[in-house]
Write a protein that binds this ligand. Sequence first.
Ligand SMILES: *[C@@H]1O[C@H](CO)[C@@H](O)[C@H](O)[C@H]1NC(C)=O
Ligand SMILES: *[C@@H]1O[C@H](CO)[C@@H](O)[C@H](O)[C@H]1NC(C)=O
Ligand SMILES: *[C@@H]1O[C@H](CO)[C@@H](O)[C@H](O)[C@H]1NC(C)=O
Ligand SMILES: *[C@@H]1O[C@H](CO)[C@@H](O)[C@H](O)[C@H]1NC(C)=O
Ligand SMILES: *[C@@H]1O[C@H](CO)[C@@H](O)[C@H](O)[C@H]1NC(C)=O
Ligand SMILES: *[C@@H]1O[C@H](CO)[C@@H](O)[C@H](O)[C@H]1NC(C)=O
Ligand SMILES: *[C@@H]1O[C@H](CO)[C@@H](O)[C@H](O)[C@H]1NC(C)=O
Length: 556
Amino acid sequence: MEAKYHGNKPCHIVFCILTIFPLFKGLGSYTVNSAYGDTIIMPCRLDVPQNLMFGKWKYEKPDGSPVFIAFRSSTKKSVQFDDVPEYKDRLSLSENYTLSVSNARISDERRFVCMLVTEDNVFEAPTVVKVFISESQPFLIRKPLFLEEPCTHALSDCQSLLPPPSSKIQYFINNSLISKKINAVIIIFTKQMDPVTQLYTMTSSLEYKTTKADIQVPFTCSVTYYGPTGQKTVHSEQAVFDIYYPTEQVTIQVLPPKTAIKEGDNITLKCLGNGNPPPEEFLFYLPGQLEGIRSSNTYTLTDVRRNATGDYKCSLIDKKSMIASTAITVHYLDLSLNPSGEVTKQIGDTLPVSCTISASRNATVVWIKDNIRLRSSPSFSSLHYQDAGNYVCETALQEVEGLKKRESLTLIVEGKPQIKMTKKTDPSGLSKTIICHVEGFPKPAIQWTITGSGSVINQTEESPYINGRYYSKIIISPEENVTLTCTAENQLERTVNSLNVSAISIPEHDEADDISDENREKVNDQAKLIVGIVVGLLLAALVAGVVYWLYMKKSK
Ligand SMILES: *[C@@H]1O[C@H](CO)[C@@H](O)[C@H](O)[C@H]1NC(C)=O
Ligand SMILES: *[C@@H]1O[C@H](CO)[C@@H](O)[C@H](O)[C@H]1NC(C)=O
Ligand SMILES: *[C@@H]1O[C@H](CO)[C@@H](O)[C@H](O)[C@H]1NC(C)=O
Ligand SMILES: *[C@@H]1O[C@H](CO)[C@@H](O)[C@H](O)[C@H]1NC(C)=O
Ligand SMILES: *[C@@H]1O[C@H](CO)[C@@H](O)[C@H](O)[C@H]1NC(C)=O
Ligand SMILES: *[C@@H]1O[C@H](CO)[C@@H](O)[C@H](O)[C@H]1NC(C)=O
Ligand SMILES: *[C@@H]1O[C@H](CO)[C@@H](O)[C@H](O)[C@H]1NC(C)=O
């Protein structure tokens, strides 16, 4: 999956351009330095004679011939300017014959002469004008270059092209000087003069073999030249070059992170190429498909299902061998609870319950009954009232956030009322406690009725209704035999039970509760065992006696 470069090493061409003034040889005479665009002020430098007639200014052409530009009469106090287009509206001549030239140009760099004329003499004083460009900063222009392009540039004799006086142009990458030796740099130097402004443009080009390491690294160039204040070095601003190179590697990214993709998610595939500029379009291949789908660098699949699991690929459009692939698993978790919802069963019924899961990863089931976690999954071979409640079967895939399922079962266990009555005489012998135990769901209502007369202590008491059970207690002190009837009734049935209670004066056997009955049975068993042992011992003694008797009879 790597692209190979063909051809020579890549190179980059950089131009460093500086606009600069031309430098004149010093003339050894009085010199006025002026900045480009400023007003040149040239004092006459002559003592004004007594019999002065007029003052004049001229300049000298390169061949030495004079051009008159300004005239001032000493007597008439008038000023006239000659019709020289170059100086139109740029001149002024003061009373002391100081000439001002506004808007200094490079072409003003010449010798001016002040002339004071008397009847019998002409006095002259020359002034050399120099116009300097206030500092001009070199700037870099660059040409984006494909790294693959071979560097084919003719070599030039750079040195001989340098203009006088020698100026030096240097290039820097990341602030260090680009040396010819290291980077095989070729610098070609040209200069051009604008005929109107007479400004020189010096151009240097650098042929530099860029590497990817030069991406985002700043280049600068500097020019060293002689200015009005001597040698100067000015630097260009930093420039970062666009270095173009082809994609060597394609990568594919998946959002959300691959481990967390679940059914219903939207998956975004993002394809990236490491070239510059990066590729903007790709071909996306869905699992099992050979034909790519052309898209920008992202491709979105919405509301994916488990069948979207597979290998996804993307390639460059024009180079299909440059391809990346990734495997995506769409996680899923199905849970089915049977039965579910609200289920009503009768006490003693059988109820098989199943909670099955099917998932892309191992998942475990958790059972919760009325907010308490159960140790094992419930299954009912014979339903009890305490089995009623709200059951929740829950599962989650730990690897995939947000992938959890739950279903619930609300179990109602119904039963007809069942009654059991007990009675107990108070140790004091003054009252009897009759209890009516009722079991059933929905909660049966209990009603007492008493037949027969007698002093009844009208005192009933109910226990809380737990697991389909509760009781009602009545304490009575009957003067004669009475029959107590307990009626329990719910939506399913009405059940009646009664108990004969003899008058308080007549002692009777109390009905013991279940636990004491069981104990009594155990006691009885022990008694039987003891009797058995005793009988066994007696029989053994009897056998021994008989044997002894036979022995004695024989021995006689
Ligand atoms: C000549 O006159 C100008 C103003 O008219 C003045 O600024 C300048 O100093 C004078 N120069 C001399 C040499 O007197
Ligand atoms: C998936 O994208 C659709 C729009 O294309 C949006 O309505 C839905 O909410 C997104 N689903 C998820 C899980 O982000
Ligand atoms: C995946 O299954 C869904 C139904 O669950 C169906 O609509 C869709 O076309 C299937 N996609 C593929 C690629 O088989
Ligand atoms: C899933 O369960 C199977 C068998 O129950 C086991 O062999 C496998 O290692 C489990 N995988 C994980 C990821 O727990
Ligand atoms: C027992 O009390 C109930 C109400 O609490 C009353 O209706 C009933 O007549 C009373 N019975 C006797 C025998 O006092
Ligand atoms: C209560 O006594 C009556 C007669 O006094 C008898 O008919 C009835 O069977 C007895 N009931 C119980 C539950 O023993
Ligand atoms: C009351 O019941 C007892 C037995 O529990 C019995 O011996 C007695 O005769 C009964 N009395 C009346 C008046 O029925």
